[in-house]
Design a binder for this molecule. Sequence first.
Ligand SMILES: Nc1ccc(F)c(C(=O)c2c[nH]c3ncc(Cl)cc23)c1F
Ligand SMILES: [Fe+3]
Length: 294
Amino acid sequence: SCVVKEPRLVVRKFLARPQHEGLGATVRRSIGRFELRYFDPFLVLDEFSVTAPAGFPDHPHRGFETVTYMLQGAVTHEDFEGHKGTIKAGDLQWMTAGRGIVHSEMPAEQGTQKGLQLWINLSSKQKMIEPRYQEMSSKDIAEASKDGIKVRVIAGEALGAKSPVYTRTPTMYLDFTLKPGAHLQQPIPKSWNSFVYVLEGEGTFGGKKSSPLVSAHHLLLLGSGGDGLEAWNKSGSKPLRFILVGGEPLGEPLVQFGPFVMNTQEEIDQTVEDFENCVNGFEKAKHWRSEGCN
Ligand SMILES: Nc1ccc(F)c(C(=O)c2c[nH]c3ncc(Cl)cc23)c1F
Ligand SMILES: [Fe+3]
């Protein structure tokens, strides 16, 4: 069946190289690096790797959402409202920072913890909403399998499986594993910006089966137009694993200062002041410190 009539083409390819982030942590940053500062509505995609005592100690966020999806090990997050939990391999945390969150994200086990963190911008109208978490354990994440393709639906819908996650900025976030020989056709809403990030194995993406092979840690920007993604695993033995992420562009001005993402410089100045004075959503930052690795 021809699900995708006009596949989107790969218009740019980046290799995400390791860089230092947080306190002694390493991230492979694809979106958010200087050559790809913002791919509306996406601000950052980090493939992180962290081993205790390194981590991401107390830090704030305002104006966007962070989506943490663990691939190996576990991370404990705790915030200034006393919200605390552990995100284990396969688990998901969709954190809407809105008007303000201060939290820490630290290794929960010995050894190396690996995962993905995606930062999704919020529309100007939603930047100052109350913070909110949507957290799902691995077993509750919608999955479907068909013709050598397995998909875990973080957000959106694929192969008949649908995620319960409410996405303020309309977003799809799909974790695909293709067995050798499998061929995927996944619809993508026409107006959305979308990209692929390869996690394991090698695959062929875009319109032609003869396109060059793409390996792990590569980000592929998909062109606009077209009605979906085509992908093939032509290797004889290795599975191909990648995420397909897409979202409705917000089309608004962007001013970012680290973990503060607003629309004007004045709003950023105000945010810095709010954080320093512990007001307008940062009240609890006044006396809070994470318990850290006890
Ligand atoms: N501002 C700022 C500055 C420095 C940081 F490290 C962070 C930060 O926490 C993270 C950056 N990528 C990440 N991937 C995974 C996890 Cl669990 C956390 C982060 C942050 F937010
Ligand atoms: Fe954070």
